[in-house]
Write a protein that binds this ligand. Structure first.
Ligand code: NAD
Length: 497
């Protein structure tokens, strides 16, 4: 029997397009392909942009009151039906159901933030800036905007962008990851149910072909990308070359600095939760614990002890950690454990021989703890994006900060200490975009903005918050005078009073 095919969604309906290229979509806990996704041609993408461009004419001019009612309705429907979406995420990504629900909740917070659009789109007004001259600013939508998202948060990452883009009056082409494409389609149907006009939110599936078509299309005004650093850099450079605004969020290697005075129990819980939640497939996962002497041995023992309670298995059962997204990715992550052994690190807990509560063919890899990782090793230097937690020992706070600051990435980091002065110094010294103090995954709330530094973000705009509304609008300043009888004569200079 042939697998069901996941098609595009354009103009408020399923869209097959002209492509006959398909990719497998797996159920990672079963280890089998259960569906196929259609990969768009350039022509398919061009057709979708034309639909979105037409929809922009009416959506961008619809009153704020009507727009906010639709965004609010989407929020209500999401709240009521999020269990359905969580099941879809678990089926294609593999994360456990509670974690899938968690990502939806974080995305929903951006929808709630976007409901404040009438306030966030307000301009400014200066009465009588010069005699009888008023000056005001206004924010207008860009047009058709492109969003390209990664596999690891198939609902939350698109929701970092599309609620704000739509609220601001834009129309959207979402190109989700081809590894777990169904969440995007489910959200498209939800928008329709919420009353969003057809063509405002469109989903085009695909790979490099559709990404390149988005980057090069003259009617696509902006690109919001999230994914690995090499692709983020490519998207940023190519999009900018084609005259678009681009925000491209890349990879990460997040460190947790543990000072000797930290609460060891809190540290161990935090390291385990932040290292192995979602099988380490989070851009804000902690992947390196930096232990300041002499806490290292006690810390490793405490983390090892907590890890022994993690139950790995099918996310639909009562487990803590699911499989990895694909077999290829699982094998790549496991290969770093081999490298660690060769590079002289100590494998404290080895996930390669995990016994999972699920089908034997599932893409399993258990939580892995590696101590004494040399900073020259690829295990330390590269993003692994799986359930592998490294421990690096340093002699002092200064050495720890210098190590973290020497890295290529700057997404998230955290310090664990009971010393307020040290924590305060860390917050200012560290060259990372999102910082936690005794909080391992410092993801900002929706009304702040999300984004890292260095190779974790290309472009100058982060996701959501006021910065999101700025990214998805153009500002205009109007200088206006209504003539009264006293206006007088020629004056070639600037107004002086
Ligand atoms: P990825 O870079 O492989 O894919 C991201 C998107 O780019 C997908 O839609 C994919 O189809 C597309 N793509 C893949 N190859 C391409 C190519 N050659 N040309 C053009 N487009 C291409 O990333 P992924 O494996 O899906 O996601 C994991 C990565 O995303 C990790 O590096 C993780 O750190 C990062 N991530 C970062 C953040 C952040 O906020 N900084 C958040 C989530 C994930």
């Amino acid at each position: 029997m042939s697998q069901p095919i996941i098609n595009h969604y354009v103009g408020g309906a399923e869209f097959v397009g002209e492509s006959d290229r398909l990719a497998d979509v797996f159920d990672p806990a079963l280890g089998v392909a259960t569906k196929s996704v259609r990969l768009a041609t350039t022509g398919d993408l061009v057709a979708a942009v034309a639909v979105a461009k037409t929809a922009f004419e009416t959506w961008s001019t619809m009153s704020l009151t009507k727009r906010v009612a639709i965004v609010f309705k989407f929020r209500e429907l999401l709240e009521a039906k999020k269990g359905e979406l969580a099941a879809i995420i678990t089926e294609e990504h593999g994360k456990v159901l509670s974690d899938a629900l968690g990502e939806i909740t974080r995305g929903q917070e951006v929808v709630e933030f976007a409901c404040g659009l009438p306030h966030l789109l307000k301009g400014e007004f200066s009465l009588n800036a010069s005699t009888d001259v008023d000056v005001y600013s206004l924010k207008q939508a860009l047009g058709v905007v492109g969003i390209i998202s990664p596999f690891n948060f198939p609902a939350m990452v698109p929701m970092w962008f599309f609620p704000v883009a739509i609220a601001a009056g834009n129309t959207v082409i979402l190109k989700p990851s081809e590894k777990d494409p169904s969440a995007a389609i489910w959200m498209a149907h939800l928008w329709k149910e919420a009353g969003l006009p057809d063509g405002v939110f469109n989903v085009v599936h695909g790979d490099k072909v559709s990404v390149d078509a988005l980057l090069e299309h003259p009617d696509v005004e902006s690109i919001s990308f999230v994914g690995s650093t090499p692709i983020a850099q490519y998207v940023y450079e190519t999009g900018a070359k084609h005259g678009k605004r681009v925000q491209a969020l890349g990879g990460a290697k997040n460190h947790m600095l543990v000072l000797p005075d930290a609460d060891l129990d809190l540290v161990a819980d935090s390291a385990v939760n932040a290292g192995f939640g979602s099988a380490g497939e989070r851009c804000m996962a902690i992947s390196v614990v930096v232990a300041v002497d002499p806490i290292g041995d006690d810390l490793v023992a405490a983390v090892k002890d907590k890890m022994s309670a993690i139950k790995v298995g099918d996310g639909r059962r009562s487990c803590d950690m699911g499989p990895l997204v694909t077999e290829v990715h699982r094998d790549k992550v496991a290969s770093y454990i081999d490298i660690a052994e060769k590079d002289g690190a100590t494998i404290v807990t080895d996930g390669r021989d995990v016994k999972a509560d699920g089908e034997a063919a599932g893409f399993w890899l258990g939580p892995t703890l590696i101590d004494h990782v040399p900073t020259s090793s690829k295990v330390y230097q590269e993003e692994i994006f799986g359930p592998v937690l490294s421990v690096v020992r340093v002699k002092s706070y200064e050495e720890g900060v210098a190590l973290i600051n020497s890295g290529a990435f700057g997404n998230g980091t955290a310090i664990f200490t009971n010393d307020g002065g040290a924590a305060r110094k860390f917050v200012t010294d560290i060259q990372v975009g999102m910082v936690g103090v005794n909080v391992p995954i410092p993801v900002p709330m929706a009304y702040f903005s999300f984004g890292g530094w260095k190779h974790s973000l290309f472009g100058d705009s982060r996701a959501h918050g006021e910065e999101g509304f700025r990214f998805f609008t153009r500002q205009k300043v109007v200088t206006s005078r209504w003539l009264d009888p006293s206006h007088g004569g020629l004056n070639l200079g600037f107004p002086q009073n």
